[in-house]
Design a protein around this ligand. Structure first.
Ligand code: HEM
Ligand SMILES: *[C@@H]1O[C@H](CO)[C@@H](O)[C@H](O)[C@H]1NC(C)=O
Ligand SMILES: *[C@@H]1O[C@H](CO)[C@@H](O)[C@H](O)[C@H]1NC(C)=O
Ligand SMILES: *[C@@H]1O[C@H](CO)[C@@H](O)[C@H](O)[C@H]1NC(C)=O
Ligand SMILES: *[C@@H]1O[C@H](CO)[C@@H](O)[C@H](O)[C@H]1NC(C)=O
Ligand SMILES: *[C@@H]1O[C@H](CO)[C@@H](O)[C@H](O)[C@H]1NC(C)=O
Length: 306
């Protein structure tokens, strides 16, 4: 079922033992907040039921939080008169969504657990079972995110800077099997690029993405099921029917991609469970870019430092 698929992507991980050593652990909250797991699952399930896209949106929010220094809830901090946070940064403004869902879940978790669970941990998808993150005291000055116009070498270097390799890049980009993009994010690709199926590009030009205006019009990142987490995105890549130039860079880009990512794309397109297994592992790696121990804090309000 479509909706179940999305819920599976995003139902936040939870679990835990009050780890004696403050390292990330699936059991981090077992003793100090046993209500965490059911509360977070219920909150996400309700949000996705209300709006199926929310699963994709929270998944993206988590990625953006992790890339801005670490998976530390820094993206959740609101701007103030003296402080410009990550929410206003180019790749996030008018694009990242789901902050109010995290606020709602935080309130429900705090009602049971009195501020023992960090905002950063509330942002982890289902299979990010490592917990015990701490919240950043400030936003990161540089969100470090690649652009939808990035070349393969640029994507590789941005991921390498986070300790993630070509395979991680390819695997995690498979997140684009869910969710939507705005016309302003894919206009250049459907008007100006040659590495795109011509019928597909023509449909978008004639439809949701005019040459001028319609910047905020949405198209699904994966045509056949934007609410379903599967491996069809990789088949779209092979058929050159994806929205983002940065995604198409992973396949068919000549020497650069054939030696690094083409084979991985083909393997995922052929084997859905290989992709699912690798994605779960890569999400754990992404979430391990985190603050732990006595660094940072446990925020009372996800939108501001205590
Ligand atoms: C590799 C570099 C990446 C680039 C350049 C990129 C870029 C983008 C862009 C431009 C959009 C559309 C935003 C809009 O138009 O408002 C988008 C959407 C999305 N991205 Fe990525 N992304 C990347 C990697 C990732 C990763 C690693 C994940 C998660 C693991 C991810 C998850 C998502 C999701 C789920 C959406 C849809 C969000 C929604 O519908 O609200 N992306 N991405
Ligand atoms: C989330 O992960 C847990 C633990 O692996 C699993 O039991 C549960 O079925 C998953 N939830 C969904 C909706 O897939
Ligand atoms: C995050 O930023 C702080 C301060 O700028 C730095 O000390 C820390 O090492 C960074 N953490 C990561 C995971 O990049
Ligand atoms: C809950 O948190 C508040 C504020 O941090 C604190 O004053 C109060 O003592 C805590 N209550 C319990 C039961 O831990
Ligand atoms: C397409 O390319 C032309 C020529 O390089 C440039 O002037 C134009 O701004 C580009 N349009 C988009 C939407 O990228
Ligand atoms: C698909 O990948 C899984 C690993 O997730 C592997 O066990 C299985 O053998 C692969 N199937 C085929 C047909 O290659």
């Amino acid at each position: 079922m479509e909706r179940r698929g999305t819920a599976a992507v995003v139902l936040l991980a939870v679990a835990a033992l009050a780890a004696a050593e403050a390292q990330l652990s699936p059991a981090f909250y077992d003793a100090i907040c046993p209500a965490l797991q059911p509360t977070v699952r219920r909150g996400m399930a309700q949000a996705v039921q209300k709006e199926p896209r929310m699963g994709a949106s929270i998944l993206r929010l988590f990625f953006h939080d992790c890339f801005a220094n670490s998976s530390d809830g820094s993206i959740l901090l609101d701007d103030t008169p003296s402080f410009t946070g990550e929410k206003s940064a180019g790749p996030n403004a008018n694009s990242v969504r789901g902050y109010e869902i995290i606020d709602g879940i935080k309130a429900q978790v705090d009602a049971s657990c009195n501020a023992t669970v960090s905002c950063a941990d509330l942002g982890g998808p289902n299979w990010t079972v490592q917990l015990g993150r701490r919240d950043a005291l400030t936003a990161s000055p540089n969100v470090n995110l690649p652009s939808p116009l990035s070349s393969l070498p640029a994507l590789l270097s941005s991921f390498r800077a986070k300790g993630l390799d070509a395979r991680d890049l390819t695997t995690l980009s498979g997140a684009h099997t869910v969710g939507f993009a705005r016309c302003s994010s894919f206009r250049a690709h459907v008007y100006n690029d040659t590495a795109v199926d011509s019928t597909f590009a023509a449909q978008l030009r004639a439809g949701v993405c005019p040459w001028t205006g319609g910047d905020g019009n949405l198209a699904p990142l994966e045509l056949q099921g934007p609410n379903k987490f599967d491996n069809k995105f990789f088949r779209d890549l092979i058929a050159r029917r994806v929205l983002l130039r940065s995604d198409q860079e992973l396949f068919g880009g000549g020497a650069a991609s054939s030696s690094t990512t083409d084979g991985i794309v083909r393997a995922y397109a052929a084997n859905a469970s290989l992709f699912a297994d690798d994605f779960a592992a890569a999400m754990v790696k992404l979430g391990n870019l985190a603050l732990t121990g006595s660094n940072g804090e446990i925020r009372l309000n996800c939108r501001r430092a205590n």
